[in-house]
Design a protein around this ligand. Structure first.
Ligand SMILES: O=C(O)CCC(=O)C(=O)O
Length: 258
């Protein structure tokens, strides 16, 4: 369940932050594990059904595989630390306060933003979700600090009440292929979401948000999950020809799903 303040913030702004949600040890373990998986994936090994996306600007950078990676998708089913987090009863109580008692986690991505990596332009996550019902809820866990310099998320409070807006492709050199941008809306009320490691942001799938480039010397990292109601019809494969979604039951009747 949500506290009255969280419920009011979600209703008014389309998001809220829970400070200090995860322990530093969990963030550390996630980063270590994902770095290992990236190295294996880059070397051509199959890592369950995880999918690694290189960072276009850093594809040939020296250093570890993690330093050349943009995202690692689909880790919530098979990878213990990521699986446990997406089923954390404290997290699911919050998600159920928005979606009700029957919930699936359908998408997970670890997002590296290494020095020099670009941010993601203004978008609504629901643009990427051709589903038969709304809303979906995003959970953005700060694995490292998110500061103005290292490319935090920016949100436009209240924009979750907007329809899904038209988008244009992100034309910047080194932009990720799937990046698109909303250009028909006034973003002047935007605010940065500056977080400490372990803080989480919960946000509505229609909320307009972006992230900025990493202009610092250090890595910014986040773990992102998306949740939807059980029984949602997902047409992603039909519409886009591929999908990264993997619908994992996490709550049934308000209790942990088997
Ligand atoms: O973490 C980021 O840089 C962007 C994340 C984002 O916009 C998203 O997950 O929808």
């Amino acid at each position: 369940m949500l506290s009255p303040e969280q419920a009011a913030s979600f209703e008014r702004d389309g998001c809220f932050v829970v400070p200090g949600f995860a322990n530093a040890s969990v963030c550390k373990e996630m980063l270590a594990r994902v770095s290992e998986l990236c190295a294996r994936a880059e070397a051509g090994a199959q890592v369950a059904d995880a999918i690694r996306l290189p960072e276009p600007a850093l594809r040939h950078a020296p250093g570890s595989s993690a330093e050349r990676t943009s995202k690692l998708f689909r880790v919530h089913r098979h990878e213990p630390v990521f699986h446990a987090f997406c089923r954390d009863p404290r997290l699911l109580a919050l998600v159920a306060g928005i979606l009700g008692p029957d919930v699936d986690c359908f998408l997970s991505q670890f997002i590296f933003k290494n020095p020099g990596a670009l941010g993601q332009p203004w978008h609504q996550d629901a643009f990427y979700f051709p589903f038969d019902r709304r809303p979906q809820v995003g959970v953005w866990l700060a694995v490292t600090e998110a500061t103005l310099e290292n490319g935090p998320l920016w949100v436009l409070p209240g924009s979750h009440t907007e329809r899904i807006h038209a988008v244009v492709p992100d034309q910047r050199e080194h932009a990720q292929m799937a990046y698109v941008e909303i250009v028909d809306h006034d973003m002047s009320g935007a605010r940065p979401v500056l977080l400490q490691p372990g803080d989480v942001l919960l946000f509505h799938g229609h909320l307009m948000h972006k992230s900025t480039d990493n202009r610092s010397a250090g890595m910014r990292a986040a773990m992102v999950y998306h949740y939807g109601q059980a029984g949602t019809v997902d047409r992603t494969h039909e519409v886009r020809g591929f999908t990264l979604n993997d619908w994992l039951p996490v709550l049934r009747g308000g209790a942990p799903a088997e």
